[in-house]
Each structure stands twice: as structure tokens, then as C-alpha cells.
Design a binder for this molecule. Structure first.
Ligand code: CP
Length: 318
């Protein structure tokens, strides 16, 4: 694997899970792979888990790690080609990317959807510029349309906690005060569709995701019906995808908050969320603090997913 941006890049999903299991059980076994190799993590947006877990993954593999927050200390970057640069952006991304590439062996990029232009977001312009111009392997640390390291960690977590071979997994929309990208739900759907799980997506009308990600999932507009007999509840907010409402909040209906009454409809389901989570908007205190909440082990598995991906890229570089 040279680049990692989506589920297809990881190859066979069963084999990827076996590799992740080995990494989790033997976190320091592959330090020779990263010796004298530099990992560069570029953040266009804020992060807690991705920043720390990916650094830890790199260090576990013996790598040197450089982290750059583009909006804190770097020159403001122009991203459009052909612009007369007489404004407040002194550097063009088309110089900045190959320069960054010259200082490292692998680059991770976080660049969210901006909700100004759907085509720009869904073409993954920033991530693809890094792939095109850095000259180095690039992996996504959440881009405009996907968050594959999160989804891989989610899948690892479900495999660890599932009590039956083919669990029912429900992705539920939940309210949030800000317009959030579709990257996490898109990506989660894509990874769930790579398994043989029973996979259901529930959301209010108007929040339909791009069919290229939802694929064979069942879409159920009645949240309570969707929760029935679920083994895993994965909560997430997202803004509207469909035109003409792309990037908009259509409602903030608190009746969609995940609470104990709804969890009681499930098969004693585990509660999951990628974090950060808005308590008592997305999920009540009672549910996230309950024994069925696995958000912390889910976040801990972010090291495992990142390390498994980095190891595969390092193997390619040997
Ligand atoms: N889940 C996740 O990606 O968390 P951060 O935004 O804190 O990295």
C-alpha cells in the first residue's frame, strides 16, 4: 500500500483485521521498519485523538515524528491555481507541498470539507494535491469525504466486542449545534459495507448521504424502529449532503438524541462515537457513562489502526 485514503486501500478486510490484531498484541515488534524514517503530520483542522494516536503509532514503529498545524505558525496557504497572490496568503500550496515532502518519508493530512463548494469538497482537492505533488506516500487523517483511520478503529472495536458473527450495526444521526462534514458517516458506511454485518442507517428525512458510501445499507427514517435488536449503536451528526441544502443544518431535533429509553430497544447494544461528542445533544450522560459505552476503547484503537496502516506503508518503502 502506497497511499491510504479509503477502505479499498487496505485490501482484504479480514487480512487487515489480522494485521491489526498482531500490531495490538506486539506494539513494539516492528521498530526496525521506522528507523531513520520521518513521519510528517499536517493539520489544517483541530484534533486531539488523531494527532496523539498517529504520533504514538509512528513512535511505536521507531519513526521520528514532525507535526505541523498549518493555521498556527505556518504561512497562510493559497490553494487555488491561477490566483494573483496580492492578498493575505503569502505561500502557494503547490510550493509548500513538495517542500514538506522533501523533509519526510510519509505524510498524514487532515483537511475537512469547507462547505463552500460541494464539488471541491467531494473531489478531495487538498488531499489529492498532497498525493500528486509531495512525492511521498500520503494517508488521510480525515479528509473532506472520509475518515478511514477512524473507521478502521471502529471496525477493530466492533470485532473485539461483537457477541455474534453477524451483528446488527446501526449508524444514527443525532443533533448538533454546528454543521459537521459527512466524512465520518460516509467512511463508517463504506467500512461497514465491506463486512457482512447487518447495517442500518437512520436519520431524519433530508440527511441522505451520498449513495456511493451508503451502498447496500438499509435506510430507516424511524430511529426507534432502527434501534430494535441492534448490537451496536454508532451515533454521529452530519450536515445535509443533498442539493440544494449541502452543508446546512435542517433541524436540531433533540428527539434524535441517544438516550436510555432508546438504548432499551436494542439487544443490550454497545454505544459508539468517534469523539469529540456533545453530551446531551448527541447522547445523554447516562448512556455515554453506562457500561455499554465503548467510546474509550474505540478511541484507544486509533493507535492500532494508524500503526497498522503506517506499517503497511513502511513495508512498501523497504
Ligand atoms: N475522532 C477524531 O478524529 O478525533 P479528533 O478530531 O480529536 O482527532
Amino acid at each position: 500500500m502506497r497511499h491510504f485514503t479509503c477502505v479499498q486501500d487496505i485490501g482484504d478486510i479480514r487480512s487487515a483485521l489480522e494485521k491489526a490484531k498482531y500490531v495490538k498484541e506486539n506494539p513494539y515488534a516492528d521498530q526496525h521498519l521506522g528507523k531513520n524514517k520521518t513521519l510528517m503530520l499536517i493539520f489544517f483542522n483541530s484534533s486531539l485523538r488523531t494527532r496523539l494516536s498517529t504520533q504514538k503509532a509512528g513512535m511505536n514503529l521507531g519513526m521520528n515524528v514532525i507535526v505541523l498545524d498549518i493555521n498556527q505558525g505556518a504561512w497562510k496557504l493559497e490553494t487555488e491555481r491561477g490566483v494573483v497572490m496580492d492578498g493575505d496568503k503569502p505561500e502557494h500550496i503547490l510550493e509548500a507541498i513538495p517542500v514538506m515532502g522533501s523533509y519526510c518519508d510519509i505524510i498524514g493530512v487532515r483537511s475537512f470539507a469547507q462547505f463552500e463548494n460541494k464539488e471541491y469538497d467531494y473531489n478531495e482537492v487538498i488531499l489529492n494535491q498532497f498525493i500528486q505533488y509531495s512525492g511521498k506516500p500520503v494517508f488521510s487523517m480525515e479528509a473532506a469525504t472520509r475518515h478511514p483511520l477512524q473507521s478502521f478503529a471502529d471496525l477493530i472495536t466492533i470485532e473485539e466486542y461483537k457477541k455474534k458473527e453477524r451483528p446488527k450495526v446501526v449508524l444514527t444521526w443525532a443533533p448538533h449545534p454546528r454543521a459537521l462534514p459527512q466524512a465520518v458517516p460516509n467512511s463508517f458506511a463504506e467500512w461497514m459495507n465491506a463486512t457482512d454485518y447487518e447495517f442500518v442507517i437512520t436519520h431524519p428525512e433530508g440527511y441522505e448521504l451520498d449513495a456511493q458510501f451508503t451502498g447496500k445499507a438499509t435506510v430507516e427514517y424511524d430511529q426507534k424502529k432502527a434501534f430494535k435488536d441492534a448490537d451496536f449503536i454508532y451515533a454521529k451528526n452530519w450536515a445535509a449532503y443533498q442539493d440544494p441544502n449541502y452543508g446546512k443544518i435542517l433541524n436540531s431535533d433533540r428527539s434524535w438524541t441517544v438516550d436510555t429509553q432508546k438504548m432499551a430497544l436494542t439487544n443490550n447494544a454497545y454505544f459508539m462515537h468517534c469523539l469529540p461528542v456533545r453530551r446531551n445533544m448527541i447522547v445523554t450522560d447516562e448512556v455515554i457513562e453506562s457500561p455499554q459505552s465503548i467510546v474509550i476503547p474505540e478511541a484507544a484503537n486509533r493507535v492500532v489502526s494508524a500503526q497498522t496502516v503506517l506499517k503497511e506503508i513502511l513495508l512498501e518503502l523497504q
